[in-house]
Design a binder for this molecule. Sequence first.
Ligand code: SAH
Ligand code: SF4
Ligand code: F3S
Length: 437
Amino acid sequence: MGDDRSFYIENFGCQMNVHDSEQLAVLLKHDGWIPVMEPDGAAVIILNTCSVREKAEQKVFSRLGRLRELRNGRSPVRFVIAGCMARAWGRKLLKRLPFVDLVVGPGMLSQIPTYLRKLDGGSRPIVDIRDPESVFCVPSNWIENPGIHSAWVTIMEGCDNFCSYCIVPYVRGRERFRDSEQIIEEIGALVAHGVREVTLLGQNVNSYRSRNAGFPELLRQIQAIDGLVRIRFTTSHPKDMSDELIQTVAECSKLCEYMHFPVQSGSSRILARMNRGYTREEYLGRVDRMKALIPDVALSSDFIVGFPGETEEDHRESVSLLEAVAYDNIFIFNYSVRTGTRAAEFPDTVPPDVKVRRLEDLLQRQRRIAMDRNQALIGETVDVLVDGSAKRGNGMWTGRTRQNRVVNFSGQARPGTLVPVRIESASPNCLYGSGSG
Ligand code: SAH
Ligand code: SF4
Ligand code: F3S
């Protein structure tokens, strides 16, 4: 490969997948590699992949087809398949994609610099999909300014819940937790680099526990970090949303009034088949508790439509739950069979057209709810943490409220500052206003 040490990374998965790529980039830079923003001309192309639904995997295969054309006879390009799909497929990926040089599961990302050296030394393609015992993260003193004022911090990885539809426990491995001291040190380093908001990441953050702190205790320690303005976390599992945790969110001023609280279905019968560990009533009880203790709390959720055996009645229960909670935002997925999971053996599948109809139904209803919720804010003044210039420009700024609502606004602003914005109009996904900063 000569001295061309450029690398390019593309992500296909969840926030943790994206954050893994950020950390992998730091690791590679420390090993003398140079990040580039375009795949064309890169010496190493890394796809950090996802297996959660069939579509996510299909995307990787079709993208690889395109990327291969970039070779164009220039010096060899190394292809790396990293992440959850690498873990799910292992050596089978090399059979299907013989031009791939490296297949590395999400637990072994830290080995990529070593493997690239081995490949340079003439090694045959390498596959490493072992499950590690620790969480992938770079040392705190390597932390760089992420370029923005908002950063992700992994606090745990893996999942022990085994929801019957889900491949994540198989590809991410068992739950493991970082020490609270290490997390606090990392956030301290980020704040020293100008970060003002952190989002704590993990497949199931509220099961967090370490030698000397549970999740509420960890949150209180982070609350005490000077210079930090906002704290968020994701994902919360409804079965682990304790009173103590809700109380902590209510009491800590930096913890935002926003919770991603995935329900998956509104039917207790389907929830049991999904192995979610709570009923519809228990979920709604947790929501009521949050609404009572955390004024103005905004909630978002994930729904799966067309889970095996889901009847019209079950679907109506999802609809009525969605309307009862009045989420700010939801993500709806067509159920996708994942080989190796328990639900893959459930026989009573739902036809594709029914799935599509149910998805559209939930989507339409949610659009109306989000529109109503956003319009109710017209005339109010909200605190916006400024991200930067709005994408569709014309001098507007963009940022988020504590409730995680996107606001585009005119006026004076600087990225990373808090600006009071008066809301003047609304769409289902965005608020518009003028700032007085
Ligand atoms: N740990 C998180 C994220 C899991 S993956 C959680 O428990 O919420 C993100 C979302 O993908 C899930 O919430 C679920 O709605 C969806 N999902 C997972 N497996 C799926 C499957 N087989 N088919 C369709 N959607 C799925
Ligand atoms: Fe998957 Fe359930 Fe674990 Fe979430 S909690 S990652 S949906 S098994
Ligand atoms: Fe996908 Fe792995 Fe995240 S399967 S959703 S990238 S944990």
